[in-house]
Design a protein around this ligand. Structure first.
Ligand SMILES: Nc1ncnc2c1ncn2[C@@H]1O[C@H](COP(=O)(O)OP(=O)(O)O)[C@@H](O)[C@H]1O
Ligand SMILES: O=C(OP(=O)(O)O)[C@H](O)COP(=O)(O)O
Length: 655
């Protein structure tokens, strides 16, 4: 599923609240590694060039909700200001009047950095009120903080429930490379793991055993495996309580046909420090007492290179030895060099952040990899196959193949036939050729024939606002499905709240109409929704459950798939009050889960669920980008040019 990025939106004059990961190492107030600042620059520059105003958020360290000067973002903001030629100002607050004033007076093309987000207790708790506050400062959210993507915090996940969140370029690149190798690696796929603890990487190894062709192990973690295999490892580091796990991972690798390649020699010493005597020993000869393995040996380097040679994808996480000390750095350096050599020949290479990234940097090789992740913990969790909340919260594009998306207008008792003809002619010219979703216009009965004629050479479909369940008879004022079919009407709105409330339509009656519409091959747009009192009494889900169960009564799964549901909270219809995207998504997801229980997952996933109730161009993007919202049933805004703008939003979001 592809994520929407800053490229997908018009940024001119917009207030953008941007989350970056400027959690950089500081020593005596000085930044010792500015990789993360530089990595976010291209997004910041792009957004500024497009005429946006940027409010920048980041955490720094773990101040645990307290204001601690040593964790201030000021030095970072100063450095950013140098890198952005004086476009940056800093405010030592995380909220309040001063922040609001600074935002108010912020000019286009300028950046305001606010203080460390973790000075707020609510940040790491993903506090709703804090997220809402930060969201209120801006029009949109941009998330370029991949290093923080494994955290569900207010500044990355919480804000996204209130305003739409778009990926920055760094986030996009991380998703492309780390997500890409994880979801669909070009084979053969080799993974090199090192570092200290097997326990830190169990999840990763488990996941990789399902995907990789070769797993190479180095670093201190190799000794846990070697010990598990009965080798003599002297006083090398290993994890006693992970020996059984190591055995089972070795067994699993064999069962899965994954090559699990362990070192054949190691560089040993009696002490972990520079300048000590070192020896190279073969693993099969064992390490004598008092000596410990601190790097992989030259034969292992050769073996790794040979086995890695034909790889199309290589992921590296964790150094092969104590690379910080020259005597034990050769293994890590050699592995880095061999990956670079393969990369130059076309292999995709990814370093999963952390110490391996630092090692590549130390050897001057970092730029020669396809991608070096800026996230340690985040890339590890991503490689474990976990969904990262920071990425999940970014709006996704919708795939045409996944669902039938619909933009439906319900005109109610508005527009004469003359007005209908005029307006539909205009719409036909503007949105008459849509193919990735259905545009449906539901008009008063008297104008249906005219409407059908006008749109006949376009993709626009016409719907009625109601019908009776009988074919004909003594039902003064009613129209039947036969009459609609006769003039080529394709859709019909059933059970709209106004009909339920004003004309006393019951669930049972609506069910009869749905059954009839299905029988006649008319597409029913079945409306449901709760009153304000019901929501306030926490009865929303009860009301929805009743309406859905009764509405679908005695309809089989095949027919159910043809029903279009429109969730319209009654308190939001014509009142100007709109459900927040999060509120709407919650109910839509509930409806979907209910349908899955009544039928099955496949049926539930193929039913389109539209949202209705004060839908306007300024709120539709947030709604439509939600996972379970498949379009809109639009009242007032379908009577004007706004309907065209809603279609443009659909165009933007559907891939
Ligand atoms: N054989 C070894 N014995 C002790 N420490 C080692 C050994 N091999 C690697 N290390 C240390 O492991 C550390 C990195 O481990 P880890 O944090 O797991 O890696 P990463 O951050 O890349 O995931 C480095 O500081 C390195 O010195
Ligand atoms: O530096 C970070 O983590 P990382 O060192 O695992 O990449 C991120 O900024 C996340 O910080 P956190 O682990 O304090 O939540």
């Amino acid at each position: 599923m592809s994520k929407m990025t800053v490229r997908d939106i018009d940024l001119k004059g917009k207030k953008v609240i941007m989350r970056v990961d400027f959690n950089v190492p500081l020593k005596d107030g000085k930044i010792t590694d500015e990789t993360r600042i530089k990595a976010a620059l291209s997004t910041i520059k792009y957004v500024l060039e497009k005429g946006a105003k940027v409010i920048l958020l980041s955490h720094l360290g773990r101040p645990k909700g307290e204001v601690k000067p040593e964790f201030s973002l000021k030095p970072v903001a100063n450095r950013l200001n140098e890198l952005l030629d004086g476009k940056v100002s800093f405010i030592d607050k995380t909220r309040g009047e001063e922040v609001e004033k600074a935002v108010e007076s912020l000019e286009e093309g300028k950046v305001l950095v606010i203080e460390n987000t973790r000075f707020e207790k609510g940040e790491t708790k993903n506090n709703e009120e804090l997220a809402k506050y930060w969201a209120s400062l801006a029009d949109i959210h941009v998330n370029d903080a991949f290093g923080t993507a494994h955290r569900a915090h207010a500044s990355n996940v919480g804000i996204a429930s209130n305003i739409p969140s778009f990926a920055g370029f760094l986030m996009e690149k991380e998703i492309k490379f780390i997500g890409g190798v994880n979801d669909n690696p070009e084979k053969p796929y080799s993974v090199i793991l090192g570092g200290v603890k097997v326990s830190d990487k169990i999840g990763v190894i488990n996941n990789l055993l399902e995907k990789a062709d070769n797993i190479f192990i180095g670093g201190a973690m190799m000794f846990t495996f070697l010990k598990a295999m009965g080798k003599e490892i002297g006083s090398s580091l290993f994890e006693e309580d992970k020996l059984d796990l190591a055995k089972s991972l070795l067994k699993k690798a064999e069962e899965k046909g994954v090559n699990f390649i362990l070192p054949v020699d190691t560089v040993i010493a009696q002490e972990l420090k520079a300048g000590v005597e070192t020896k190279v020993v073969k693993i099969e000869d064992g390490i004598e007492k008092g000596w410990m393995g601190l790097d992989i040996g030259p034969e292992t380097v050769k073996l790794f290179k040979e086995k890695m040679a034909n790889s199309k994808t290589i992921v590296w996480n964790g150094p092969m030895g104590v690379f910080e000390i020259d005597e034990f750095s050769n293994g890590t350096k050699s592995v880095a060099e061999m990956i670079v050599e393969f990369t130059e020949k076309g292999t995709t290479s990814v370093i999963g952040g952390g110490d391996s990234a630092a090692a590549a940097e130390k050897f001057g090789l970092a730029k020669k990899f396809s991608h070096v992740s800026t996230g340690g913990g985040a890339s590890l969790e991503y490689l474990e196959g976990k969904k990262l909340p920071g990425i999940e919260a970014i709006v996704s594009k919708k795939k045409v193949t996944d669902k039938r998306y619909i933009l439906a207008g319900n005109w109610k008792m508005n527009k004469t036939t003359t007005e209908t003809a005029e307006f539909l002619a205009k719409l036909s010219g503007k949105i008459g050729n849509k193919s990735s979703y259905d545009v449906v216009v539901c008009t008063p009965a008297v104008s249906l024939q005219k409407a059908v004629d006008i749109v006949s050479s376009t993709n626009i479909k016409i719907g009625a606002e109601n019908m009776h369940y009988e074919d004909k008879g003594a039902f003064t004022g009613e129209i039947s499905s036969h009459m609609l079919k006769d003039i080529n009407v394709e859709y019909v709105v059933l059970g709209h709240s106004e009909r339920r409330d004003i004309f006393g339509e019951t669930d049972e009656l609506i069910n009869k109409k749905i059954i009839k519409a299905l029988k006649e091959e008319l597409n029913p747009i079945f409306c449901i929704g709760e009153h304000l009192e019901e929501r306030e009494k926490d009865l929303t889900f009860n009301v929805i459950e009743r309406q859905i169960k009764e509405g679908f009564n005695s309809i089989n799964a095949e027919d159910a798939k043809k029903v279009i549901i429109a969730y319209e909270p009654i308190w939001a219809i014509g009142t100007g009050k709109v459900a927040t995207p999060a509120q709407a998504q919650e109910v839509h997801a509930y409806i979907r889960s209910l349908l899955a229980k009544m039928y099955d997952e496949e049926t539930a996933n193929s039913i389109s669920i539209l949202y209705g109730g004060s839908v306007k161009p300024n709120n539709y993007f947030g709604l439509f980008t939600k996972k379970d919202i498949d379009g809109g049933l639009v009242g007032g805004a379908s009577l004007t040019e706004a309907f065209v703008e809603l279609a443009e939003i659909m165009d933007l979001v559907i891939e």
